[in-house]
Design a protein around this ligand. Sequence first.
Ligand code: ATP
Ligand code: MG
Length: 261
Amino acid sequence: MSDQYSVLGKAPRSEDLKKLSSSNIHLSIKSLSAGYGKMEILHNFDLFVSKAQSLCLIGPNGAGKSTILHSIYGFTNIFSGKIEIDGKEITKLTPAEKLKSVGIAYILQDSSVFPDMTVEENLLMGGYIKDKTEDSHQEAEKILEKYERLRNRRSQPAKVLSGGERRLLEISRALVMKPSVLLVDEPSIGLEPKYIDMVFEILGDLQKNEKKTIILVEQNAKKGLEFADIGYVLVSGQTAIAGNGNELLKNPDVGRLFLGG
Ligand SMILES: Nc1ncnc2c1ncn2[C@@H]1O[C@H](COP(=O)(O)OP(=O)(O)OP(=O)(O)O)[C@@H](O)[C@H]1O
Ligand SMILES: [Mg+2]
């Protein structure tokens, strides 16, 4: 597998990666080596993203894309390196602390709505960690006001939702905690094209109008790179190519390997 990608040449340096963000970096990963148990999956990995920017990770299955999100959130073993928010080190915080104190929310790759709970109850679950349930109710109400698709079904069990509506609920549930960073794993997986567009519209709205910083993994490389300000191509736990989303769409290596042409 690695031979196939050796044509991509030299990996970008951390100085190169920084240039893709404004000087005001919101989240950074510096020389991170991390994995599961004793197995190292990410090797000296760097990442930089500014507030209200979006960054998309693409790459073959098993490259370590989800592991990057897991590491930011706190699900992996970190062997060395640092993760920072606004210059403050958060490497060793637990997922709960990350959600609550620094505002990092994680939207899972696998469907994670509770099918027998209502839409509203699902939303409230997003705030289970908040000190005051009143806050969660307020946030849930705001979300229901904004998304008619959820509002119309607020008292129905989540299992009646379509795939696209379910994804919307998963994203919305994360918003109850008012995070500043959204980690989104494969937002388009299993969705019909019209729902894929809806999900990207919602993410775009959250980035532009609510100034969320978004780091996403996307198997649909074309959609992901069209959406994101920055793209990283991950191969075997390291970044092989990085650039603006638009640049990568035009990159012949990316085209050949990930865009089917
Ligand atoms: N919980 C885990 N425990 C042990 N190994 C894991 C675990 N999760 C992932 N791995 C391993 O880590 C490597 C990277 O997996 P990861 O899920 O990050 O890849 P990915 O790029 O997201 O792939 P995909 O496109 O298939 O989702 C794989 O070899 C995988 O088997
Ligand atoms: Mg994955």
